[in-house]
Design a protein around this ligand. Structure first.
Ligand code: COA
Length: 260
């Protein structure tokens, strides 16, 4: 498999996927999502790979969000398709993958980055990790499952505070919230994640696959929150607030929201 935006290292029974756009803080563009889809699908079909680790290149970011420059000019229709396509291709794929996926969060995990980490089966973080869903500061809402998975992991009140303030929490707070399972020094992050992964790899892959299915089944609700999220995310693309929020980010200035 040849990739441009990600690195894949296979050391059976483990495989490590590293998002490799450090000069853009590993922001998730369309090409990266497509490559991750391809890599996860192929690794899941390889019986020698028992656990997949997901991290970001460099010591600064896991993933600083969806690539704002790619969607700043999108229409409502394109915005809706962006969320729906991304959820299907990557976020739902990872959550429901039969091979366990551990996110090793090595810096900023913001917006789509935190959403990607939350789609993984669990997360470990380094001390410098910063976690947040800043979308409302751009005039949009989380569109890759964040409004659903954050409350599942941290509870509704904490999720509302994080989503409404758009602020970042430190790794230690993430630990207190149960958003990450462990916090270690940056240089210890991958060794630690691999140690945990190897414990999983000793167990029955068939049983682990069934366990993932059973745990996830408990989080399927009658009302489809993910669908509501996709539609609401799309609606944001028709607002002046969204135009102002994304333009301000790209122009490196503070947004002044008209509120319409
Ligand atoms: N999409 C596109 N580009 C991004 C990005 C994103 N989500 N996050 C960072 N980048 C780019 C920056 O534009 C910059 O590119 P440039 O060097 O070509 O100008 C580069 O990555 C480095 O980021 P910079 O902002 O200069 O780093 P910083 O250390 O000053 O700030 C952050 C780090 C994470 C606080 C800041 O980059 C940020 O707020 N990013 C956006 C987070 C966000 O809103 N994510 C949700 C998207 S839905």
């Amino acid at each position: 498999m040849k990739f441009k935006n990600i690195l894949l290292v296979e050391e059976a029974p483990l495989a490590t996927l590293t998002i490799n756009r450090p000069d853009k803080l590993n922001a998730l563009n369309k090409a990266t999502i497509a490559e991750l889809h391809q890599a996860f699908t192929a690794l899941d079909a390889n019986p020698e790979i028992r656990v997949i680790l997901l991290t970001g290149k460099g010591g600064k970011a896991f993933v600083a969000g969806a690539d704002i420059s790619e969607f700043a000019h999108f229409s409502v229709k394109e915005g809706t398709a962006l969320a729906a396509g991304g959820q299907e291709k990557l976020f739902d794929l990872v959550e429901n993958l039969g091979t366990p996926v551990i996110a090793a969060v090595n810096g900023y995990a913001l917006g789509g980055g935190l959403e990607l980490a939350m789609a993984c089966h669990f997360r470990v973080a380094s001390h410098n990790a910063r976690l947040g869903l800043p979308e409302v500061s751009l005039g949009v809402i989380p569109g890759y499952g964040g409004t659903q998975r954050l409350p599942q992991l941290v509870g509704k009140g904490r999720a509302f505070e994080m989503i409404m303030t758009g602020g970042m929490i430190e790794a230690e707070k993430g630990l207190e919230y149960g958003l990450v399972n462990d916090v270690v020094a940056l240089e210890e992050l991958m060794p630690h994640a691999k140690k945990v992964a190897l414990k999983i790899a000793n167990n029955s892959p068939v049983a682990v696959r069934y366990a993932i299915k059973a745990v996830n089944a408990g989080f399927k609700y009658d009302k489809d929150g993910f669908k509501t999220e996709i539609n609401a995310f799309g609606e944001c693309f028709g607002t002046e607030d969204f135009k102002e929020g994304t333009t301000a980010f790209l122009e490196k200035r503070k947004a002044k929201f008209p509120g319409a």
